[in-house]
Design a protein around this ligand. Structure first.
Ligand code: IMP
Ligand code: MG
Length: 173
């Protein structure tokens, strides 16, 4: 596996993360956020983003998976559900990337069954052309082309999540 120069540099990502947090801060003024990160992919984006959020905030996580190698299985597995009560909370789902929309749609529907006060979605990366299920995303970091990316939380078979930038993964040959 090889990858090119970064599609998004660490500097670009960090600048955008601050902008997103700024919008979230003004939208949620006077309220409290229950930030729910979707693991594992969201771990880096989640921790960087919440550092810049200045309204009261609690955190929780859902562990889910739907990918094998570079293709979605179309079936979403929840390995660990959110533990904090969601009812009447202002929930902000934080995810690394939206692709077909199947994962986020599934997670959103599950959380809506628990009657939050509001539910919004924040993603760092959006591969819009790949959408199969319509999902309203409230905060998007970057729209990216239909390429398989790694880094900044996103992975290929669990590798490369630690890169501070995002790069396109190319199969050799
Ligand atoms: P969706 O259900 O097709 O929207 O896929 C969302 C999930 O697929 C993300 O949370 C990622 O875990 C994974 N995914 C989608 N595209 C990529 C990619 O380009 N690189 C790494 N993971 C991806
Ligand atoms: Mg993910």
């Amino acid at each position: 596996m090889v990858f090119d120069r970064p599609l998004l540099t660490e500097e670009q990502i960090q600048a955008r993360v601050k902008e997103l947090a700024g919008r979230i801060n003004s939208d949620y003024k006077g309220r409290e956020i229950l930030a729910i990160g979707i693991l594992k992919g969201a771990f880096m984006f989640f921790s960087d983003l919440v550092k810049h959020i200045n309204v009261p905030l609690t955190v929780d996580f859902i562990v889910s998976s739907s990918y094998e190698d570079t293709t979605t299985t179309g079936k979403v597995n929840i390995h660990l559900d959110a533990r904090k009560p969601v009812t009447d909370k202002d929930v902000l789902i934080i995810e690394d990337i939206i692709d077909t929309g199947i994962s986020l749609n599934y997670i959103k529907e599950k959380l809506l069954q628990k009657s939050p006060n509001t539910l919004k979605i924040c993603v760092l990366l959006d591969k819009k052309e790949r959408r199969l299920v319509e999902v309203d995303v409230d905060y998007t970091g970057f729209e990216i082309p239909d390429e398989f990316v790694v880094g900044y939380g996103t992975d290929y078979n669990d590798n490369y999540r630690n890169l501070p930038y995002v790069a396109i993964l190319k199969q050799p040959g």
